[in-house]
Design a protein around this ligand. Structure first.
Ligand SMILES: [Zn+2]
Length: 447
């Protein structure tokens, strides 16, 4: 070996961890490994003993008691609604939505509400190890700017809905806004845009056809709530003579761009149709449980080969953005629903909440696993805590025993966002003070 061959390679960041959970390959834990990062990208995953010889790192972060895993992807959320956390609870979906959420929302919605809610959500997500969100809310332009400002990765949905809102007054205006959003962010490394038709019961055939045509032309994902409740299915049969998925299929939307959220009501044939067409399903177990919407057959979907992702849904219906809690609920609920304790094991659950989410969003080539060439969206979880001792099995602890407060460090595209639990570049007391003033404003509009 020559001297030049031994010259260390430069890198920006070397993270050494007791355990690296790469997700790909599946169900693997690499003990005493390091991840090297240059220009925001992962350039090596190697044993810790070799890392410092091979790399001359501008910064070394050593976390011998931690698991380093890909950032969690929250595959369905309405982050501005974080400001409506706890406004109304313990009600069925339609009563909750029509009598409580929509009237309050109508009174406060606007760019300021959306920016402040998104900021609060970003801080909460970072402290819980989430590095990417699939967003579905009005004023996508405002959200995208806030995500970008904080260096947070997101797929921002342009909402399409059949009635006027503060965001758009007519069908044409909804589509014009979606086009503007897409054009503005089309080549951004952090922000992507999707169509977000609200649900089959709030979007007519003509608008769905328009979404289908434009999503094909512009290569945009379609982020849609569907098959959320039994009522939605029976209403669709009454109104359209078809179950929602059959109707969407007639309209050409059941394809690999579809991000189908909830899916609690599915026949065998529908599960196979989703697998065949490459549909991604986002399971939001806590939202479904809290609203008594039904049970997504997560295990059957996964075993049929459907790409499964996990989401919290908005804070108004969950009431948090805690993906560790969501993972645990998903894994446990899947076993009860399938009547099979082997359903959705720990490794599969972690995969759904990282790589599964990334693939659903169309980001599968960029994020979701710790692999060379992917973006360094990484999370350190401190497993030395009492609550995760003794450490018999890292994957088991991460799904069944870890709380989000054990997240110590977070990077997005190699940039530090949380260091030893301190947010970087975000004013935590200021964010909390701002949330408090929103409580007063919302209390006032409800009085
Ligand atoms: Zn939702």
């Amino acid at each position: 070996m020559t001297d030049t061959a031994r010259t260390p390679e430069a890198c920006d960041l070397l993270i050494e961890a007791g355990y690296v959970v790469p997700i790909e390959p599946h169900a693997v834990v690499l003990e005493d490994h390091a991840v090297a990062v240059r220009n925001g990208e992962i350039i090596a995953v190697l044993p810790r003993s070799q890392a410092r010889e091979r790399f001359n790192a501008a910064q070394v972060v050593s976390r011998p008691e931690a698991a380093l895993m890909p950032g969690l992807v929250n595959a369905h959320t309405h982050n501005p609604m974080t400001l409506l956390r706890g406004v109304a609870d313990d009600l069925p979906l339609m009563t909750w939505l029509q009598q409580h959420i929509w009237p309050v929302e109508a009174a406060v919605i606007g760019p300021e509400f959306v920016a402040d809610g998104t900021t609060l959500a970003i801080a909460e997500m970072l402290r819980g190890g989430t590095t990417c969100a699939n967003e579905n809310y009005f004023f996508g332009d405002v959200q995208a700017a806030v995500y970008k400002k904080h260096g947070f990765r997101a797929l921002v949905g342009a909402v399409i809905i059949d009635f006027p809102t503060a965001w758009a007054k007519s069908d044409d205006e909804y589509f014009a806004r979606a086009g503007e959003l897409h054009d503005q962010w089309r080549n951004d490394p952090l922000i992507g845009t999707a169509f977000a038709p609200h649900a089959p019961y709030t979007v007519n055939d003509a608008n769905f056809e328009r979404v289908r045509m434009l999503s094909d032309q512009l290569d945009m994902q379609v982020h849609l709530h569907t098959h959320e409740t039994a009522q939605e299915i029976s209403d669709s049969i009454t109104l359209h003579g078809q179950r929602p998925l059959a109707r969407l299929d007639r309209l050409g939307l059941v394809n690999d761009r579809l991000i189908a959220v909830h899916m609690t009501q599915l026949t065998e044939a529908e599960i196979h149709l989703c697998a065949e067409r490459g549909v991604s399903v986002v399971h939001c177990p806590e939202s479904n449980l809290k609203l008594a919407s039904g049970f997504c057959p997560a295990c059957a979907l996964q075993r049929a080969g459907v790409n499964l992702a996990i989401g919290t849904d908005g804070c108004a219906s969950n009431n948090d953005l805690d993906m560790f809690s969501e993972n645990r609920t998903a894994a446990i609920l899947a076993k009860a629903v399938a009547n099979d304790a082997t359903a959705l094991d720990a490794a599969s659950t972690l995969r759904a909440s990282t790589l599964g989410g990334a693939r659903a969003l169309g980001f599968g080539e960029r994020i979701g696993s710790i692999e060379v060439g992917k973006q360094a969206d990484l999370v350190c979880v401190d497993l030395s805590a009492l609550e995760t001792q003794p450490l018999h099995n890292v994957l088991s602890q991460l799904v069944y025993a870890t709380g989000r407060q054990q997240v110590s460090d977070v990077w997005i595209a190699g940039q530090p966002k949380l260091v030893q639990r301190e947010l970087v570049g975000m004013d935590l007391p200021g964010i909390i003070a701002n949330a408090r003033q929103w409580r007063e404003r919302i209390r006032h509009v409800r009085a």
